[in-house]
Design a protein around this ligand. Structure first.
Ligand SMILES: [Zn+2]
Length: 100
């Protein structure tokens, strides 16, 4: 279970920090994609995306849900055990729900 606060991966300009190991940057990019998509759609039930799982060798597709527009985003891979929650996404540059 990945419990991620996206703000931990950002630099002072709100972008994904370049001062991190590649693995952390890849995870942060994945999280940003999930935030961008889920705040466009606000899926209230577990919904399929076209986002690929970031796990090496896994060809699963990510499903996500955002029960309440203010809540953590819950995501899960359709194939491997990857699953997580994203907090701290509100007000980031990938938040399409800003001000609503
Ligand atoms: Zn997977």
């Amino acid at each position: 279970m990945y419990i991620s606060n996206i703000t931990h991966y950002l630099d002072e300009t709100g972008n994904i920090s370049t001062q991190m190991p590649t693995e952390a940057r890849e995870l942060a990019s994945f999280l940003a994609l999930v935030i961008d998509e889920s705040t466009k759609n606000i899926p209230s039930t577990l919904s399929a995306t076209d986002i690929r799982c970031f796990e090496k060798g896994c060809d699963g597709i990510i499903k996500y849900e955002l029960i309440n527009p203010k809540d953590d985003i819950h995501w899960i891979c359709s194939k491997c055990q990857n699953e997580g929650r994203i907090s701290g996404w509100q007000g980031t540059k990938w938040d399409n729900n800003a001000g609503k």
